[in-house]
Design a protein around this ligand. Sequence first.
Ligand code: WT7
Length: 632
Amino acid sequence: MPDKTQLEGEVYHPSAEVVAQAHIKDWEAIAEHARNDLQGFWAECADELEWYQKWDKVLDDSNKPFFKWFVGGKVNIVHNCIDRHLKTWRKNKLALIWESEDGKEHRTFSYYAMNREVTRMANIIKSMGVQKGDRVTIYLPRIPEIVFAMLACAKIGAVHSVVFAGFSTDALQGRIEDSQSRLVITCDGSFVNGKVIELKRTVDEALKRCPSVENVIVIKRVGHDVPVDPLRDHWYHALSALPVANGKCPTEMMDAEDPLYILYTSGSTGKPKAILHTHGGYMVGTYATLKYVFDLKDDDRWWCAADPGWVTGHSYIVYGPMLNGATSFMFEGGPAYPYPNRWWQCVERYGITVFYTAPTAIRGLMRFGEAWPNKHDLSSLRLLGTVGEPINPEAWRWYHRVIGKSRCPIMDTWWQTETGMFMITPTPVVALKPGSGTRPFFGQEAEVVNENGDPVPDGEEGYLVLKHPWPAMLRTIYGDPDRYVKQYWSKYPGRYLTGDSAKRDKDGYFWIIGRVDDVINVSGHRLGTAEIESALVSHPAVAEAAAIGLPHEIKGTGIHCFCLLRAGHAPSESLAEELRQHVAQHISPIARPETVKFVDKLPKTRSGKIMRRVLKARALGMPEGDISTLEE
Ligand code: WT7
């Protein structure tokens, strides 16, 4: 690292107080060690956890890019999230604190209680005939039961597939069908900004086309009447009263490389990819990154304000915190309901010390002004974090000054569903630059390269690639190993293609610019242009459609669509509105386009591919770039 006094640009050095208490004593020394002995570094991290049987080999790269980690090791991530803590004083420590959206319900679970809840759910899942390796779809909002359900699956060796509860029927149906789940765990409904979203009805609709599902477990959350199919659907509270639910349940011994979960994410084709993570490597990666980056200690109260339905929640609400024996807070609601002080009220009420959210939330809250956070005592906070999209420096400064009172360093963590863990990230001991994730985590090197794979000069934009395997890396795309190879390892063999563009500055700091594939990042949520387009084309009025992302003040990027109508349909305001609604209904309200415009023609290549780049340039009034392949 260059002498810290010589870093270029706007730089924030960590205070002596922060440095003094950090797990990391000497960043350079650990980085150097991991650079020289990648396997040794990760083995030391793995050694801090318990294994039923030690691994024979840390990294097996004999069949690239199908890397294997901790080969021969026997473990179960739940053993380290729960069982291990029950043998220590931590059995009495709070694992989870939860507050309802309306603030009227509070539930807390010690590690001991967490074990009871997870064991009960595991017994119930088992009693439905679910076996090791079977897939279970979980479609639940931010309530403690989503944590129980995920851990219960892992405990018995079933593979969970969580579908974010904000997804609609088609998205849910596609994910259930692709995973061939035998069981769905859901609830009657969820509360979103004071309204009830009928989740069970969405499940019923989706299951009309999912023959693999034998059983549905329904948790009562909102207390609405919902249709119940007596052969297929079971109330969780009724099952909980049965003797079968209340015995002990052994934690299944798994191979380190056995699948833990799949999680769908958007790619550049219409079909979302099922990213597969494992028990061993994912456990080690999420444990170590959370420990080092957010510097968790036993007296911390950690709050990751994401949803368990995304990878952020998987790694840093559920697994990472519990692997660290931490106390984690989960809030059912959003930041601004009923008022924009809701989150800060929770920080004060629960004494949150480390807080992690997305830039879109910060931008959204900034809009309401400083008075809202200033109503609350935020002095418990010591570290902050962001994830999901580049953070603009104004939002960074606001977060730093107004929330962190200029005392709390901000960990801008760059990573992906595929990486499972933080990849380019600050730690509390490094100097920060607003908008940069600083440098890769220990054991990783990143590069910014051109089309041919050659590194571009510092300060120039290029494709971001990663040079080394890491333990929490995806192992494959479930059911489609060829796509795994093609998508991530073919453009530059030997290097992992992130799909992002970035710049590196002369201090070696990375600045993420955004996706370079056909993925739109709306408020930190990944949506494929192809998914949006196919939802539009499924409407009877639409013949062809193109979706692009354009800058949006709060969401980072907003979706804008161009539609060519079928004969007999005329453009109108009401049709545009209907199409926006149609996309929200089929994919998710997150995917609702900002605008739908009607066109006579879409710019295409001679081979018929829509040139979204040209649409985007036109919309922004910028030069159209190389249009030599344009068909017109
Ligand atoms: C994409 C991955 C990993 C959790 C959330 C999203 C973008 C993520 C940052 C960041 C700039 C970021 C990238 C990445 N992204 N974190 N700190 N700075 N961009 O997971 O849905 O798999 O999306 O989110 O474009 O490729 P995901």
